[in-house]
Design a protein. Structure first.
Length: 332
């Protein structure tokens, strides 16, 4: 792919990338570690520019030091001249697009470390599974970016998520685990949860499966503590943080098998929608009271999975693009 369009980087920093632009960015990041480190450095400068606790002189000095470590003098001058002040302007007008607290503080503190100590992992067209330095297991959904330090230092474990991730956090009561996204942050000691946050910061959903988590909005929306089976949704437009029962199958996208017990057709369809990122339309003639029990292995696509159970629940189906139409097997 080579050089990435500068406009895509600027839009990413402002939280305005389209899905296609985000895919291009992910491809560019996976081409080399240097690309990932460069973006991380530039993003750090962006967040530094938004901080109201750092003087402009200190900011410029820190920026020059960061750039000179990663880039040659010629590239440093070019980036500083063409991009840095532009991002300072974005910082003044992009209210709500990126967070100011939490992660911004982490980025500033991280400035004393080399950018090589920070890791960027991207998942493009496939789900990625990885283990963090503390033993925490993470699954990244498609088109997701995760950033974390090579070693968790200090009194907290901070990571940054853009997209959707499933976390099985290694318990450490002395060092809380904090996931920061565009719209919200989730703070835990040790638990299992799912966080989905779009790159535009307009909506974020945290779902707790086990343990206890503290969810807080990045722009004064408040803080709530979730219990297992609950999810917190933050609406970036209305600035409302609400709690409701978790959607069925919220974690299905990363599982290799579904363990179903008297699961009715409507709930089963919700699980498959989440797992395969499709929309399932149920015809009126389907008996939605019918249930399915037992393990169901996740196949390569929704059609292959439906083939395993269609006779058991009395349905037939048709897949058109990302839509799946289900009707009774008795219908003509």
């Amino acid at each position: 792919m080579g050089k990435l369009d500068e406009k895509i980087i600027v839009k990413f920093l402002a939280g305005e990338c389209s899905e296609e632009e985000l895919r291009s960015l992910n491809v560019w990041l996976e081409e080399s570690e240097e690309n990932a480190h460069e973006l991380f450095t530039l993003e750090e400068l962006y967040h530094l520019g938004k901080s109201d606790v750092v003087s402009e002189e200190a900011l410029l000095a820190k920026a020059e030091k960061q750039l000179s470590q990663r880039l040659g003098e010629e590239r440093k001058r070019k980036l500083k001249r063409k991009l840095f002040h532009r991002w300072m302007q974005y910082a003044a007008i992009a209210v709500g697009a990126f967070f100011i607290g939490g992660m911004g503080y982490w980025f500033y503190q991280a400035g004393s470390r080399s950018s090589e100590s920070l890791v960027t992992v991207t998942a493009n067209e496939t789900i990625k599974e990885l283990m963090l330095p503390d033993g925490t297991k993470v699954w990244l959904n498609k088109n997701t970016i995760l950033q974390y330090p090579r070693n968790f230092e200090g009194g907290e474990r901070h990571v940054y998520l853009n997209g959707e991730g499933f976390f099985d956090v290694k318990r450490n009561t002395a060092k809380p685990f904090i996931v920061q996204s565009h719209a919200m942050q989730v703070r835990v000691l040790g638990t299992t949860f799912n966080l989905k946050s779009g790159e535009n910061g307009q909506r974020a959903v945290a779902t707790l499966l086990k343990g206890e988590v503290e969810v807080k909005g990045n722009h004064g929306e408040g803080m709530i503590v979730l219990s297992p089976g609950q999810q917190a949704e933050l609406d970036g437009m209305t600035r409302r943080l609400t709690v409701k029962p978790a959607e069925p199958g919220i974690e299905g996208w990363h599982d290799t098998a579904f363990d179903l017990n008297q699961t009715d057709i409507r709930t089963l369809c919700k699980i498959l929608e989440r797992a395969y990122n499709v929309k399932i339309i149920i015809a009126p003639d389907v008996d939605i009271e019918r249930t399915y029990s037992g393990p169901l292995k996740k196949k390569e696509n929704v059609a292959a999975t439906l083939d395993l159970i269609k006779n058991s629940i009395g349905i037939k189906y048709k897949v058109i693009g990302e839509n799946v139409f289900i009707s009774s097997s008795k219908s003509k």
